[in-house]
Design a protein around this ligand. Structure first.
Ligand SMILES: Nc1ncnc2c1ncn2[C@@H]1O[C@H](COP(=O)(O)OP(=O)(O)OP(=O)(O)O)[C@@H](O)[C@H]1O
Ligand SMILES: [Mg+2]
Length: 258
């Protein structure tokens, strides 16, 4: 086995002022349920941050706020230099087009082939019309995720890992600057999980994207994380590299690494 593949990522730190997402003292409640109490986090350009936390702590709610799918009650949220709450509907739409979201389910259309699933955002979102150009975008992105041969298949004919790849291709085809991943490896066997994790790193390098990746999969965290942020009871209680946090004296934190 190639040992370098399972090594924790080692990268030089990124410049401090190149922040693509700045979350400051974000709060979000649903009725009496105060989910996000005081969330602060910065994502730097080119960086992959992994968010760890027990079930129900508000990880998905946090990235849904970032993606503009949920509105925070309080706090500041700056994405690509823009304060989200100050944006008009049109500006918000423009900003959202720079964000990719990979849902847990992959959310492919079962009645469409892989090609059609990938063409769909091109016609719908980018309003592209040139068939030859769209075909090129589709084949390019399928090549990036290693799935050229699946172009005419239906989602039902694909394995779970292949469906994740198509889901990733569909996120990538709109060329987002930031990708938010909600549990990208859940439900996959360890070998496929590792392939997807390695793909996430490859795509980060190829497309220069910045990402927040929610996962419970520590093998995935180890492969993809430049930094890890641990969420507990509605706030981030620690951030650091995999190596730093795995040595934390705080039991709540180092429990994730056992
Ligand atoms: N749209 C919503 N309306 C009401 N409550 C919600 C909504 N979305 C999330 N919640 C509540 O917010 C809390 C946090 O949910 P969230 O999905 O963010 O947890 P999580 O950390 O992602 O957990 P998991 O690891 O299980 O995915 C839960 O109590 C959940 O019931
Ligand atoms: Mg979740």
């Amino acid at each position: 086995m190639n040992d370098t593949l399972v090594q924790e990522k080692a990268r030089p730190p990124v410049a401090g002022d190149d922040v693509v997402i700045r979350i400051e003292h974000l709060k979000k409640a649903f009725g009496d349920n105060e989910v996000l109490k005081d969330i602060s986090l910065e994502l730097h350009r080119g960086e992959n941050i992994v968010v760890l936390g027990r079930s129900g702590q508000g990880k998905s709610v946090t990235i849904q706020c970032v993606a503009g799918l949920l509105e925070p009650d309080e706090g500041n949220l700056e994405v690509l230099g823009k304060e989200v709450k100050e944006l008009s509907e049109d500006e918000l739409k423009e900003l959202r087009s720079k964000l990719g979201f990979l849902f847990q389910s992959g959310a492919l259309y079962d009645s469409m082939t892989v090609r059609e699933n990938l063409m769909f955002p091109l016609t719908r979102v980018l309003k592209m019309k040139d068939e030859a150009e769209m075909e090129k975008w589709v084949t390019d992105v399928l090549e990036s995720v290693g799935l050229e041969e699946a172009i005419d298949k239906y989602p039902a004919d694909l394995s779970g890992g292949m469906r994740k790849r198509v889901g990733l291709a569909r996120t990538l085809i709109l060329r987002p600057e930031i990708i938010l991943y909600d549990e990208p490896t859940t439900g996959l066997d360890p070998i496929t999980s590792r392939e997807i994790s390695e793909l996430i790193v490859k795509l980060q390098e190829k497309y220069k994207t910045s990402s927040i990746i929610i996962t419970h999969d520590m093998a995935c965290a180890r492969i993809v994380a430049d930094r890890i942020a641990v969420m507990n009871e509605g706030a981030f209680i620690a951030t650091g590299t995999y190596d730093e946090l795995s040595k934390s004296p705080d039991e709540l934190i180092n429990n994730f690494f056992k």
